[in-house]
Design a protein around this ligand. Structure first.
Ligand SMILES: CCCCCCCCCCCCCCCC(=O)SCCNC(=O)CCNC(=O)[C@H](O)C(C)(C)COP(=O)(O)OP(=O)(O)OC[C@H]1O[C@@H](n2cnc3c(N)ncnc32)[C@H](O)[C@@H]1OP(=O)(O)O
Length: 133
């Protein structure tokens, strides 16, 4: 049905010419990345598009799992947009595990503005993919 990765992930692949080119670090139980949006990423003038805010949060959670050898797909996600995310400033995205039951993983993530305010939060459920995909 799908390939696990051909190295063209929109969020993280360095080979994707229109990708976000995110790089992740892992510290304890936290998966972290930083991103500075450009004008090409905006929806409202000067504001990062909400779909891309969700992409950043989703990818950080997926990378938390991937780093631990878990190949899982997002099955459900809820995003709360609390503050606009301006383009041109570096933001930090953090993800962590909330729980796991069988193939079902629950994770949370947040996007932090310079200065420390949280602009968006997400919770999501991921399901480990079956071997035959
Ligand atoms: C050089 C560079 C290389 C780069 C390399 C890096 C690669 C790094 C990879 C990361 C990349 C990340 C990318 C971002 C993460 C996406 O964005 S993933 C893409 C978005 N998500 C999707 O497209 C998923 C679409 N959905 C599906 O394919 C299928 O529904 C799923 C999620 C695989 C599950 O299907 P399934 O395995 O057939 O499971 P299913 O039988 O439906 O459900 C199993 C059980 O879970 C339960 N369940 C299903 N959904 C839910 C739910 N939402 N809540 C609770 N229970 C649920 C079911 O009720 C069922 O329960 P039981 O009946 O067993 O009691």
């Amino acid at each position: 049905m799908f390939r696990r990765s051909d190295g063209m992930c929109f969020a993280c692949s360095p080979r994707n010419p229109i990708g976000l080119h995110l790089e992740f670090s892992h510290e304890g139980d936290i998966c972290r990345t930083t991103f500075t949006a450009g004008n090409e990423h905006q929806g409202w003038d000067g504001v990062l598009h909400g779909g891309l805010v969700t992409t950043l949060l989703d990818e950080a959670m997926a990378q938390w799992l991937w780093h631990r050898g878990v190949a899982a797909m997002t099955a459900e996600m809820l995003t709360r947009f609390s503050l606009p995310v301006p383009v041109g400033v570096p933001v930090t995205v953090e993800a962590w595990k909330e729980g796991c039951r069988g193939r079902l993983w629950e994770l949370s993530a947040r996007l932090i503005l310079p200065g420390g305010k949280v602009a968006a939060r997400a919770t999501a459920k991921f399901l480990t993919v079956k071997e035959n995909g």
